[in-house]
Write a protein that binds this ligand. Sequence first.
Ligand code: HEM
Length: 470
Amino acid sequence: MQHPRTASVATAPGALPLLGHLPRFVRAPLAFVRTLPAHGELVEIRLGTRRMVVVCDLELTRTLLRHDRVFDKGGPLYRRLEEVGGVGLATCPASEHRRQRRLVQPAFHQRCFPGYAQIMTDRTDAALTCWQEGGTVDLTRETRRITADVLVATVFGADLDPAVHALLAADLHELLAGVFRRSLLPEPLCRLPTPGNRRHARASARARRLMGELIAGHRAAGAASHRTPDGPADPRSGLLSLLLAARDPEGGPAFSDEELIDHAVTLYVSGTETTAGAVCWALHFSALHPPVHRRLTEEIATVLGGRTATWADLPRLRYTRQTLTEALRLCPPGWLLTRRTEEDTTLGPYALPRGTVLAYSPYLLHHLPEEHPDPDTFDPNRWQPGPDGSPPPPLFLAFGAGPRRCIGDEFAYLQGTLLLASLLSHWDLHPHPSTRPLPRLPQLTLNPGPLPTHLTRPKHHHPSPARPRP
Ligand code: HEM
């Protein structure tokens, strides 16, 4: 990867003694990262004692993501994530990654999706029909509850006791905030018994214990026996069945109990707030843009006629999917992600010593005006296929890229599209006028704060007639 010319990495201006850029980063992280491209393609920032090089150029980001053995998962963010999710698929080093990905991948195969969609439709239908006309719900909390419910049903093939559900949801909330907060602290401070660190440790231990109990229950129910050699025979027996039945080359179990917990926690943490956040941002932005809202609700009314969305409806919910994509462009849940160089190397013309922590930001890159004209405008038409159906895909990194690209991207689209369409099919949503859903940052995911929303029925709503099955 030697480059004909060499260049030096710029440093972001305005670093304070000792604190560096930390105060600006904590106060307004999104605005801060958007100032960085003005200083160079690679820009070093200092967060207290930690240095991090932010990649502000699209091609260099693509190179970074392609070469995962040189630019491996690492840095304080992933170290803190490991404390929660162990060395599961999202955190494991490149040397371990190919094996894990091969074992987990079959559960995300297209053939499983109609079954997953059925679970999603049933769960969404049950949740949305409990809402009361004239009532108020917090969309952030409710969509999170639905995505968590679906995830547990698809991973464990099980129902979750509502009390366990509430505990897990509270723990997840703490974990997502805590991982990011702790990644900004110097290492020794993470080990002090402060109230924040103790709260985080308790949430992590409890989430892992609950996952362990779910796995034990799953094993006792003998769900692994439902599996066929080339994938789960019935997605209702759950993705975990596949992992339980996976074998190493000697014929023993491929995963220890601890590793199974790592996977379960990883999928729960990666797959619930992210999808719920995307749906909430899509609802929020479309409510602010009447022409988008009109087109979206017209599509949904035409396709669904007041019922809950199913697998069979997806090909006709094109604008709904575009709206979701545009929400993910403007507010990608994974807004800043890190890597660490495993050897002395170069990125473009920049020499980087071993151990350099780099960050890429889908949020920053999605807002580059040269990539997306008028980048702050919410416009689902950006994702409209051209007349020949094959436009060059505009830059989109909400699911990452390269070997570590999100394994759950199509699962998220499936769930996000079904949920967004079903919500607007059953309900007219009236956001509370005082709502300003500023994301609660800094934290791991770029999700909205509470979204109190008043509910009325759409004019032509017919409560759940018979639903077409996939
Ligand atoms: C809108 C929803 C989602 C978004 C925006 C999202 C985003 C991402 C991103 C950006 C990465 C790459 C991280 C990096 O480069 O460091 C990733 C990885 C991952 N995601 Fe997602 N994700 C979503 C939903 C899901 C779902 C539903 C699941 C599982 C059910 C999931 C499971 C994972 C896993 C296991 C990885 C690690 C993959 C690997 O390293 O091989 N995600 N996700």
